[in-house]
Ligand binder design. Sequence first.
Ligand SMILES: [Mg+2]
Length: 173
Amino acid sequence: MEKYIPDVYQKSIYAIDYTKLMEKGIKCLLFDVDNTLAPYHIKNVNDKLLELFTQLKEMGFQVVLFSNSGKKRLKPFKEELEVDCCANARKPNPKKFLHVLNTYHLSENEVAIIGDQMLTDIVGGNRVGITTVLVNPISLKDPFWTRPGRSREKRIMKKLRDRDLFVKGRYYE
Ligand SMILES: [Mg+2]
């Protein structure tokens, strides 16, 4: 069950202690986009998000959008936030995670993935051994194509809760 358990769990991207991640040696932050940065139907960046990303870059993080969505979906985020992006990442497949590590010459302990889905963001990150950060999804309205994953996630979360390994809403750093 360990592959499902994130290293860090916070309410949202705004609640994460990025200073602590930096102190741990994290140099690169991979952000999931849909329901982590913005709901699925939102196509642009709000001030709060822009402010956070500006701050993260000023802190010295390499910030990369790391999404299973296509280039077209990521374009406005990439342009407005002025960060690199990796589209069609096929999380939890490790291939593109490893590609990012190679491209930026980083080791596993220098990279963190931040996302809202246990089965893609967290499982993928844990497979390659990077730091995994789970946040709650912004919107509860998932598009139909992620629903099978969500119900599987629910079942897994129940198992984890029964074993007291992970409890939704019980945040930790
Ligand atoms: Mg997501």
